[in-house]
Structure formats: C-alpha cells, structure tokens
Design a protein around this ligand. Structure first.
Ligand SMILES: *Cc1c(COP(=O)(O)O)cnc(C)c1O
Length: 421
C-alpha cells in the first residue's frame, strides 16, 4: 500500500468506483417487471377500481402492516405526503407546534409547515438523532407532537421519546423515510409511536421512483389518514372493521398510491430482508476491521446497534475543518464519503430560517403564539458541532469483501495520513 495520500498525488486505495448509492433501485428486475406487466394487462392502474384490478397497493399494505406488526398501513404518493397525512390524521394544524430534530431532511420540517403548523427544533446527540434530553427545553403547551427521525438506519431512543410524549400528552410521529427495516428493541421502526411514515423515493431502501406509506395501531387515526389522502372519503369499509359514516368526512387531498407503484413496491418488499441483512453484515465487517486498527476512532452511536440497518458507516473528526479534509481525502482514495446536509442543522436552510413559505404574509408563522417561535444560528449547539464534525461512508448491500476491506483501508490511510491518530 502507498502511504502517500491520493489527494497529495499518491496511489489511491481503489481505482474502481464503489457501487452507486442506491439500494432497492439497483435490484429492480424480473419480479417488478412481471407485476407491472399484470397491471398493464389488466388496464387497471388506479388502486380502487379498473377492468382487471390486481390490488397490488392492497397487497403491499398488508405486507407492510404484517412486517411492522400493526393492524393498519396505507400506501400514499410520497414520503412527504405520508408526513402531511400523519399530521392531519392527528388533527395538527394552524396554531400548533411540532418538535422536529435539528438533523433531518428538509421534508420533515416542510411537511409540518405545509400542514399549517410550525416546527420547533430539538437538539441531537452522538446518534445524530433527536436527543430526548433536549425535549423539555423546547416543549411548551402549544406543542402537539414530536417527530422522531431515525437518520440513515440508526434507531431513535424511542423509550425516552415516548416516555416524554406520554408525560406531556403529545403525539409521536416516526419519520422512517431513510430507515426502512430499522429495529428498536426488536420492534419495527415506524410501529412504535402513534403513527409512522415511510418513503419509497429513489434514494431510499426500497423504491418505485416515488411513493410512501403510513402505519398505525390506531383505528381512528387510520380512518382520518385514509380520508385525508382520498378527498375525505373512506371507500374500503368492507376491508376493515371500522364503523364510519359520511359525518366523519372532511376536506382532503389526493395523495393516493397508484397500482404501478404498488406493483413495483410489492415486488421490492420481498427484497427488504436481504438488503438489510447484507448492509448489516458489511457494516460489521468495516467496523470490526477498524476496531483493531484504529480503536481511537470516534464512531456514531446508536441506542440499539443490533437494530441499525448499517446503511452508512458514520464517524466524527476532531473539528469541522478536519471533517472536510477527511471527506475529500477519502473520496480521493476512491471511497465515497459524505458530510450530511452540508454539515449544518436543517433550520439553517435559508427558507426555513427566514420562515419563507408559498403563502401570503407569513402564514402559518403569523399565528399569535403565546410563546413566539424564533429561529437563529446557535439554536441547537450540539447539532451544529456534531454535524460539522460528522462524515459517513454509504454501505451498499452489494459491497464485496474486497470493497469493505478497501473502505477500512482508506479510512486508516487517511486518518493516519492527516495526522488524526
Ligand atoms: C426522503 C425523506 C422524506 C421525504 O420523502 P419523499 O418520498 O422524498 O417525499 C422525509 N423525511 C426524511 C427524513 C427523508 O429522508
């Protein structure tokens, strides 16, 4: 091995690129094609009726509910739609606040605002997820829910989050968009809070290009979710033992999943176990190899390492400058290495920081909250510090043994070469 870093003109650890950063998308194959073919042959791309309806969305919902261990699952058009549906099922809207972790994708905060509520940001800990110890600080009696977001396959500390929510009488939403297959103490992430949300966008674990799902144990929440996603209606009364009538209707949206997406996702769902098992195994192999060679490495923590999907290998550098140099140098060695969200908390996104919405005036931020909502740099100091220092290497389920040993090699070479050890 060459000790001169590739970034300084040395020979890179790898000359072949690692597999692209997609999971389910790269496994789309004969099964998806066949299922989609049936929908086309049946001329029935709409989920509720058609010439020869294949009921793929229904089959998918049954699989999701079964594997999540909940009675109800609803396919929707995207993860963002699923978040809005979850918020509206809970009756959250104008005049409400929702706790959002400082580290998440923009859609978590965006969905709260689109639902006419406003986000308040809680800090994170070394799991890179919401720090339950910060919930009390951001809570006031205008807060109606907290959104737990397991980032890139690491579960949230759900015992502490649900204990806090119960004490304060607020709801728990799980935004599991990035983390399908994550377990927390043996329970399927998404099934632990009041309502859980998945995404099937292209970057996620399974995909139909776009798509999402909502899961819950609560029949009343489920009925409201179905109604919000389907123009206020509830068509499938026969399928559920839910007593309902049109008095329960309200103005909804169209966030329905179509049968083509349902067909692809029904076939993709069969691949979930294999993908997660493969990522966990490859994550373990990188971790074990580094544990002996670089025991001082500061790794991302997890409240339940067994339940982690292993979709990324995350670590902390001594400071922000070191993280930038480390990521660039590892990339130069031929190993993909990222900082998350530009190394900044989500509230630093200019339109979120400045409360810019598509609405007139400053709606929904114009609500006369008793405790005003103000955003500023420095709000969540741990998130600012941790995100600056954090980098991760994506772990593909298709990595070979050679690939995982190259990843470990690149980390050791750069960590030592940049003088961090
Ligand atoms: C991707 C993502 C979403 C949004 O899902 P879409 O299907 O793209 O709408 C929401 N939350 C998180 C944490 C995500 O990563």
């Amino acid at each position: 091995m060459s000790f001169k870093l590739a970034i300084d003109g040395g020979t890179p650890v790898r000359s072949e690129p690692l597999p692209p950063l997609l999971r389910g998308a790269l496994m789309i194959g004969a099964e998806e094609k066949e299922a989609v073919g049936r929908v086309i042959d049946g001329q029935a791309p709409f989920r509720y009726y058609g010439r020869d309806l294949q009921r793929y969305v229904e089959l998918l919902e049954d699989r999701i509910a079964h594997d999540a261990g909940v009675p109800y699952a609803l396919g929707v058009s995207s993860g963002t739609a699923a978040l809005v549906v979850a918020l509206k099922a809970l009756g959250i809207g104008y005049g409400d606040k929702v706790i959002v972790p400082a580290n998440t994708f923009t859609a978590t905060a965006g969905a709260v605002i689109v639902a006419n509520a406003v986000p308040v940001y809680a800090d994170i800990d070394e799991s890179m997820n919401l720090d339950p110890r910060d919930l009390e600080r951001v809570y006031d009696d205008e807060v109606k829910a907290v959104i737990a977001v397991p980032i890139n396959g690491t579960p949230c500390d759900m015992d502490a989050i649900t204990a806090f929510a119960r004490k304060r009488g607020i709801a728990v939403i799980e935004d599991v968009a990035q983390s399908l297959g994550t377990l927390y103490k043996g329970r399927f992430a998404g099934s632990i809070g009041d309502i859980g949300v998945y995404s099937f966008q292209m970057q996620k674990i399974l995909t139909a290009g776009e798509g999402g799902a909502v899961v819950t144990k609560d029949a009343a929440l489920f009925e409201r979710a179905v109604r919000y996603h389907d123009q206020g209606g509830f068509r499938d009364k026969a399928r559920y033992e839910i007593e309902t009538n049109e008095q329960n209707g309200f103005v909804g949206q169209n966030y329905r999943m179509n049968e083509l997406a349902g067909a692809v996702l029904y076939a993709q769902w069969e691949r979930l176990d294999g993908i997660v098992t493969a990522m966990r195994q490859r994550h373990r192999s990188v971790r074990e190899s580094l544990a002996t060679r670089l025991p001082q490495l500061k790794l991302r923590q997890s409240p339940d390492p067994e339940g982690d999907t292993g979709s990324v290998f995350g670590l902390f550098l001594p400071d922000g400058g070191a993280a930038v140099r480390f990521a660039q140098a590892v990339e130069a060695e031929g190993v993909t290495c990222f900082r998350m969200y530009g190394g900044k908390p989500i509230y630093m996104t200019p339109y979120l920081l400045q409360k810019r919405t598509a609405e007139k005036g400053s709606f929904p931020f114009d609500y006369p909250f008793r405790q005003p909502v103000d955003y500023a740099a420095g709000m969540c100091p741990a998130a600012e510090q941790l995100l600056a220092r954090y980098v991760h290497i994506p772990i593909s389920p298709t990595l070979t043994e050679r690939d995982t040993s190259d990843i470990a090699e690149a980390v050791v070479k750069v960590y030592e070469g940049l003088g961090f050890s």
